[in-house]
Design a protein around this ligand. Sequence first.
Ligand code: HH2
Length: 277
Amino acid sequence: MTFTIMGVVNVTPDSFSDGGRYLAAAAAVEHGLQLAGEGAAILDIGGESTRPGAQSVSAEDELERVIPVLEELHSRGCPAELSIDTSKAVVAEAALRAGATLVNDVTALRGDPDMARLVADRGVRCCLMHMLGTPRTMQQDPRYDDVVGEVKAFLEERLEYAVEHGIAAENVWLDPGIGFGKTAEQNLELLRRVDEIVAIGRPVVIGTSRKSFLGRLTGRDVDNRLAATIASNVLAFARGARVFRVHDVAAVHDALIVAAATVTAPWTSPTSTTTTK
Ligand code: HH2
C-alpha cells in the first residue's frame, strides 16, 4: 500500500501560505528540486492563487510564471513528475509541452471548455476537484444537506463527463477539495468519511496542507500548522486516500511511511524512500 506526495510549488505573489516566496523562477526551481529530494513524487506547479477571495489571473501572467519553471525543472532532469495546477487549457497545453504530465484542475474541467479535449488528446492524467462556487465567493456561507454525498455525486458526474470526452477513467484522480467552499465542520466531515469518496474507485487526492480549518482547530497561524497537516493526512491515508498535496514534503513523507507501514501488513519498504534507519 503506497502513497504519492504532490509537493506544492506556488509561483505566485499571493498564495495563502507562501505567496511571493517562489515568484522568481530560479527560487521556484530550487524549491521544486528540494521537494523532489524530500520525497515528492510529483511537483504541482501553480501560477494562480485559489485562496478564498483571490482575484483571477490572466493566461499571459500565468504562462509567464509557470512555463520557465517547468522548462527548467524538466531540463535539469527533475526526478519528480510535473503537474500543472491550472484551469486554463492554454496554460495546460503549454505546460504539457514544457514537460508536465498531469493537469490539476480545481474546476474539474468546468473552467474552460477546451480542457477536457486537451487532456483526452494528450492522454495525460488529470485531477478533478470539487469546489462550491469560485475562489472569490466560495467561503460565503457554503451550505450542503449532506456534504459528503453531494461532493461524491459531483465527482462521479465529473468522472463521467471526463470519460464521455475521451479521457480514460484510469487517468482520472478525484479530490474532495478541502477548503474550497466548505466550513471547518464540512472539511472534517469529508475527512472523516473520505472512504466514501475512495469507493468511487479512483485515486483520491487530499489537500489539507496549512489550511485555515486546521488553524481554527488548533489556534495556530499559517506558519505553525505542520503537526495539524500531518495528522489530517495520516488519517486520510488510513481511510483510503492515496495522494497528498502538501507544502512540507519531508515531514509528511516520514509520517506517511509510518502510516503505510502500520496500516499494511506485512511491512514492506515503501518504494518512494531510501530510508533504512
Ligand atoms: N488546494 C490549493 C490549490 N490547489 N489542488 C487540489 N487538487 N487540491 C487542493 O486541495 C488544492 C489544489 C490551495 O493551496 P495552495 O496552492 O497552497 O494555495 P493558493 O491557492 O493560495 O496558491
